[in-house]
Write a protein that binds this ligand. Structure first.
Ligand code: IMP
Ligand code: MG
Length: 185
């Protein structure tokens, strides 16, 4: 990963700093409190959607002040910087009978992935489920599914870092970068 003046280059594209690690931590700590308020008397299962949510899920549960369980599922819909619209299942839900699930997404863009997950859940044996996403792109979102816990609504720009990738690079960055804007000067 090349770094020049705070910019980073991943494959062929340049990205500029967008959100600091501190800003992320504050957002996530607040979200954990908000979830705990609703789940005080329960033991929720945080279900991380791999790969993108691994860092978010890890920090979210560190800030979660009550008992909870952790699981992961895996789907895939993105190639490059565009959603393909097709969602493949790589690792499915299991042993969630009677549990209160919180589906943990890194980002909801068009909502195709979320819809596929919700369709799976309709056949599941969980007691309840809610959706939590660190980021939501309201301008790109095409579905009606309610996302109960949203860390931040962001413009329709492609971002990387903190679990989010551009063709698998950038996931390890502790802060968020956005695709460099074209300046006409
Ligand atoms: P959707 O199915 O279009 O909502 O896309 C959801 C998935 O696409 C997310 O879980 C991410 O893995 C990926 N994705 C969407 N937007 C971005 C982005 O800005 N940067 C990196 N990955 C993204
Ligand atoms: Mg993802």
């Amino acid at each position: 990963m090349k770094q020049i003046n705070g910019m980073i280059k991943l494959h062929d594209l340049e990205f500029e700093p967008y959100l600091s690690a501190n800003e992320l931590e504050e957002t996530i700590a607040e979200l954990a409190q908000q979830i705990h308020k609703d789940y005080k008397d329960k033991t929720p299962v945080f279900v991380g959607v791999l790969n993108g949510s691994f860092m978010f899920l890890s920090d979210l549960v560190k800030h979660y002040p009550g008992p909870c369980e952790i699981q992961f599922v895996r789907f895939k819909s993105y190639e490059g910087t565009n959603s393909t619209g097709e969602v493949k299942t790589l690792l499915d839900f299991s042993n969630l009978e009677g549990k209160d699930l919180i589906i943990v997404e890194d980002i909801v863009d068009t909502g195709h992935t979320l819809e596929a997950i919700v369709n799976r859940l309709e056949q599941g044996e969980q007691k309840s489920y809610q959706i939590a996403s660190l980021f939501l792109k309201p301008e790109a979102y095409q579905k009606e599914i309610e996302i109960t816990y949203v860390g931040m609504a962001i413009p329709n720009n492609f971002i990387v870092g903190y679990g989010l990738d551009y063709n698998e690079l950038g996931r390890n960055l502790p802060e968020i970068y956005q695709l460099k804007q074209q300046h006409n000067d």
